[in-house]
Design a binder for this molecule. Structure first.
Ligand SMILES: [Zn+2]
Length: 587
């Protein structure tokens, strides 16, 4: 969403070419239609093809054969009708053809009365009427938010649900056609579906930690409509094309929201990098320090130098866990006899210098190899000046931080509370405020969760040891209210939230042409968010596999009322209606 107050609207985004939709389900056309798939004349076909921007001739033929059967019009008259409609409703028509093709439901097309058949308004009486109803009217101002929902009949709803997969327009209330049924969300805000570019789903291989089904449910409950999965913790790690295919197989049919896979860059897979890019990963992740788990090796400078020419050739970003091992190892040796139930011991074991030296190294390599560098989960504010300078220099670098670094501070973490362990660690209050300033200044581009769950026993709660506990904080279902609670207190707006948590991550994962904004041509992914409601975070709000969280008991502001994926409600008031409809986002 672009505007957070008053009735300002999205800037007109112009007419975009129709994105290809790769998931058009198999047609269920009547036999009569199947038997004559090219049953209409060529000029009509060409005129539709021109208007619809590249739908396959066979699909057009099927649709038009279907329509022609029920309209009782000669090919000449069809052409005339289509052209008239096109002149007046060109954009709408383009979507309309797609909708009709997908629904393939001749039963809902009423033959017109003889006297209306060729009148100027004819198009209003046949499928276009349903399409017109489907005009998804998402508004950008956040009071009295209203979404147009379609459907004058069951058949038309079918048509509409397809057409509504994309936002067709964003208009003000006074532009609302009066005859369109609307669903009024009252005082709630409508934000674009959030995109989380940093999630550890752990499937296949460690599904007992998390999994596609549970992670994507938690995501839907949290207002996310697309997750980008990290290449580690799953088995096999996503460092080869065959591992990527195994992940795709594991995800299939399980996901409540869309997803994408990051590929891994490890010590010995340089030769896989470009094939992973061809196979569809939007970028790569590497660790400069041991990732806390075996099976995904860290990379040193020499191994990076072997990998970076390949990464640069793909043009895809390299996401870097930026801590160097030396400062961590040195500090850990010094702290060998320290009390590891104290949070300060853990904090001292992962000093700011580990992050700073890693970022320095990566910036110099970025200057040398000119690849797209992304620093994940920045925890130290002491690197912000360096990152600001790198950006002003024109280096292709982007930066993320996480809700837990913006919400918690080390001063308030009780000893023994290993739920707060993550790497890099949550630092002090002053550092936290500087991270917020980094967001305000635009040095930090986006906020991702680094959702990284594990079975509760791995948190070693009874042992109370920050040395042995698994590091990772799971927050998919709470990140939006956590962020809004803190952002609002610092006078940020919901537009800022949408920029950090939807548009920014979508750009990183190269899905920004269809995800991360509410604008014409984008997937109709949105979250209905009540920014004023408050709640106390409890296990019932978590929805991921293991309901543990350092946020439990916190009073948070902002409630996710509903989440929509491509126009279909996937979460509302604690329920998950419909079968899992998420799929991999592919270019
Ligand atoms: Zn992570």
């Amino acid at each position: 969403m672009r505007a957070s107050a008053g009735r300002r609207l999205l800037p007109a985004s112009g007419v975009k070419s129709m994105p290809k939709d790769q998931s058009v389900p198999a047609r269920d056309l009547p036999e009569a239609v199947k038997s004559r798939p090219t049953g209409f004349d060529q000029p009509l076909h060409e005129s539709i093809a021109r208007l619809t921007g590249g739908l396959s001739p066979l699909a057009l033929s099927q649709a038009y054969a279907d329509w022609a059967q029920h309209l009782w019009l000669s090919p000449d008259k069809q052409t005339e009708l289509v052209q008239k409609a096109a002149q007046k409703w060109q954009r709408l028509f383009a979507y309309g053809a797609r909708a009709a093709i997908d629904s393939a439901c001749p039963a809902c097309i009423e033959p017109l009365p003889q006297d209306k058949r060729f009148a100027d308004q004819t198009w209003q009486h046949w499928p276009f009427n349903g399409l017109y109803q489907s005009f998804l009217l998402a508004q950008q101002w956040w009071h009295n938010a209203t979404i147009g929902v379609p459907g004058v009949s069951r058949h038309h709803e079918d048509i509409v649900s397809f057409a509504a997969r994309q936002v067709l327009d964003v208009v003000s209330p006074d532009q609302f056609p009066t005859d369109i049924p609307v669903k009024d969300f009252g005082e709630a805000a409508i934000l674009p579906g959030l995109v989380d570019s940093h999630v550890h789903i752990n499937e296949p291989g460690r599904t007992e930690w998390e999994g596609f089904r549970t992670a994507t449910r938690a995501a839907a409950a949290g207002g996310y409509t697309l997750l980008v999965d990290m290449p580690l913790n799953c088995l096999p790690a996503t460092t080869t094309v065959s591992a990527l295919e195994a992940k795709r197989a594991a995800a299939s049919g399980q996901c409540c929201v869309d997803w994408m896979p990051w590929g891994g860059v490890v010590s010995d897979n340089q030769e896989q990098i470009e094939s992973l890019a061809v196979a569809g990963v939007p970028g790569f992740k590497c660790f400069l320090v041991h990732p806390g788990i075996d099976g995904f090796t860290m990379v040193n400078e020499q191994e990076l130098r072997a990998a970076l020419p390949h990464v640069a050739r793909t043009g895809l970003p390299l996401l870097v866990h930026a801590e160097l091992p030396r400062p961590v190892e040195d500090a850990t040796v010094r702290l060998a006899q320290a009390d590891w139930s104290k949070y300060t011991t853990y904090l001292q074991s992962r000093p700011d210098e580990a992050e700073i030296s890693a970022i320095q190294l990566m910036l110099s390599l970025c200057r040398e190899y000119r690849f797209r560098l992304h620093i994940v989960h920045l925890a130290t504010s002491r690197a912000l000046d360096m990152l600001r300078a790198a950006k002003s220099e024109g280096l292709p670098v982007s930066v993320e931080t996480c809700p837990h670094y913006l919400h918690f501070s080390s001063e308030n973490i009780p000893d023994g509370q290993t739920l707060f362990k993550c790497a890099p660690p949550i630092r002090g209050q002053e550092n936290r405020e500087k991270l917020w300033q980094g967001l305000r200044d635009g040095v930090i581009d986006l906020v991702a969760t680094d959702h990284s769950p594990c079975p509760p026993e791995m948190k070693r709660m009874s042992e109370r040891s920050f040395r042995t506990a698994w590091g990772g904080i799971a927050s998919l279902s709470l990140a939006l209210p956590v962020m809004w609670t803190d952002a609002r207190a610092r006078k940020f707006s919901l537009s800022d939230i949408a920029r950090w948590m939807a548009e920014g991550p979508a750009r990183l994962a190269a899905c920004e042409s269809r995800k991360g904004r509410l604008a014409e041509g984008f997937d109709a992914d949105f979250v209905v968010f009540d920014p004023e409601a408050e709640f106390i975070a409890s296990e019932d709000h978590l929805h991921y596999r293991h309901r543990v969280s350092p946020y439990l008991g916190e009073n948070l502001r902002g409630v996710v009322k509903a989440t929509y994926l491509r126009g279909n409600c996937i979460f509302a008031e604690g329920e998950f209606p419909g079968p899992p409809a998420g799929r991999e986002f592919r270019q």
